[in-house]
Write a protein that binds this ligand. Structure first.
Ligand SMILES: Cc1cc2nc3c(=O)[nH]c(=O)nc-3n(C[C@H](O)[C@H](O)[C@H](O)COP(=O)(O)OP(=O)(O)OC[C@H]3O[C@@H](n4cnc5c(N)ncnc54)[C@H](O)[C@@H]3O)c2cc1C
Length: 416
């Protein structure tokens, strides 16, 4: 048996994929679709999957200007949690977390969701107070949340710096046991395969470069692969949402910023949870390959460059060494950046736009990976029924006119 696997492996290695079954088709775009989704990240693909699966709308295309998951979906640090402060956020993120819990079974594709607890460190009295406020709010919303003492925290994370003589000693933490990490590419691939099997056309290397309108209504798109008509369109393009909105003739209250992350060389297992520190400003988990996956906050400037940069890496490294002295011995393997779409209240926009039959899902900023299944679910429902899903209602664009903002800066600063 072992020999057979080796021979098979060798054959696959030198066979350039010959005989491999494609996970999804690569069709030519049709002249028209019932629904066209712009953006082949996790959110766009999940929307297409649920449109086909739950609403029977299968004449659907997902247009992706590059490759599937090549945007933020394949660049994020994969933290999944639902411990947001406000009721509206808690509801949509918890809905998503529940979907994560059954996602590998739903897609018949291992998305490697690992519920390994998530610990948010508190280093000051203020942070401890804020943490207990959030834990109480979470519990009222039925979300698992705990307050930990300094001793509990240090016992749970043995590599954490226990010294009281450092700039910000660990005073305690809040924790969400059901939170964790997943495999980002697998999420895109799993949704893509599932959507394709239900008849959705997934079209890569197809950039939307123009929007065609008749009066107040969208009727189609100009793409680098020709014109495509659509009864309904959804923009699900994260950091490039404002560019698309401008093509359609309206403005979004969104700023696009780079967000960087990096991984260390692989090491033996040293960390079996996710740790975040808003004050020292870094967060970390250990991947299945053994790399420490590390990140911090957004770049201060606006940009569309998906690159890492040395000054930010230095900031992340110095924060990490302050929290975990063993990191000073590690080599950094690689770094990268993604372009995140940030709303003034650090909450997403989901729903209708000023253009008829054009829907939008954006503004997830530094924390939308965790929302992938939930966001796709509510957007699909919104598109199918032509009205906002109940969980999406508070996240309409109108909140920036009415002032009913959902300020999640506290939950979304260094915490992703
Ligand atoms: C470094 C980093 C770390 C992060 N860490 C976390 C984390 O730990 N947890 C978490 O929850 N979130 C995290 N995030 C945020 C998360 O990655 C995003 O919120 C989420 O992946 C957004 O998914 P999406 O499908 O909306 O966007 P994307 O995956 O970016 O997909 C949008 C797609 O639209 C395509 N597109 C854009 N313009 C066009 C066009 N004109 N025509 C066709 N296609 C177009 C893009 O190529 C892209 O593939 C992180 C982000 C970064 C960058």
């Amino acid at each position: 048996m072992r020999r057979y696997n080796f021979v098979q492996l060798l054959r696959n290695a030198i066979g350039f994929g010959e005989g491999w079954q494609e996970a999804w088709r690569s069709p030519e775009p049709k002249p028209s679709y019932d629904v066209v989704i712009v953006g082949g990240g996790g959110h766009g693909l999940a929307t297409a999957y649920y449109l086909a699966k739950l609403h029977g709308i299968r004449n659907v295309a997902v247009l992706e200007k590059g490759w599937l998951g090549g945007g933020n979906t394949g660049r994020n640090t994969t933290v999944v949690r639902s411990n947001y402060l406000w009721d509206e956020s808690a509801a949509i993120y918890e809905h998503s977390l529940k979907l994560w819990e059954g996602l590998s079974q739903e897609l018949n594709y291992n998305v490697m969701f690992s519920q390994r607890n998530l610990v948010m460190l508190a280093h000051t009295e203020h942070e401890q107070n804020e943490a207990s406020r959030r834990v109480h709010a979470n519990r009222l919303n039925g979300i698992d949340a705990e307050i930990w003492s300094r001793e509990q925290t240090l016992a749970f994370i043995p590599i954490l710096n226990p010294s009281m003589d450092i700039r910000y000693p660990v005073m305690g933490a809040s924790a969400q046991p059901r939170a964790g990490i997943a495999r980002h590419d697998a999420v895109a691939w799993g949704f893509a395969r599932g959507a394709d099997a239900l008849g959705v056309d997934i079209i890569q290397n197809c950039e939307v470069i123009g929007v065609r309108r008749e009066g107040s209504r969208i009727v189609g798109l100009d793409t680098t692969r020709g014109k495509i008509d659509a009864k309904k369109v959804a923009f699900v393009a994260a950091g490039h949402s404002s560019v698309l909105a401008e093509l359609a003739g309206f403005r979004l209250p969104i700023e696009s910023h780079p967000l960087q992350a990096m991984v260390s060389e692989p090491i033996k297992p040293v960390l079996d949870t996710v740790v975040m520190s808003g004050t020292v400003h870094a967060y970390v988990s250990q991947s299945d390959k053994g790399e420490l996956v590390m990140g911090a906050g957004i770049d201060a400037f606006n940009s569309y460059a998906q690159r890492g940069s040395l000054p930010i890496l230095e900031e992340i490294a110095s924060a990490m060494i302050e929290l975990f002295p063993i990191v000073s011995r590690l080599k950094i393997l690689r770094s990268w950046g993604g372009i995140v779409d940030i709303c003034p209240d650090a909450s997403p926009i989901i729903g209708k736009t000023p253009v008829d039959e054009l829907f939008i899902n954006c503004g997830w900023g530094t924390g939308g990976f965790k929302a992938t299944p939930g966001s796709g679910w509510v957007l699909a429902d919104t598109i199918a029924n032509d009205r906002p899903h109940k969980l999406a209602e508070p996240f309409s664009m109108e909140r920036f006119a009415s002032g009913r903002l959902i300020d999640e800066h506290g939950a979304a600063a260094v915490a992703h």
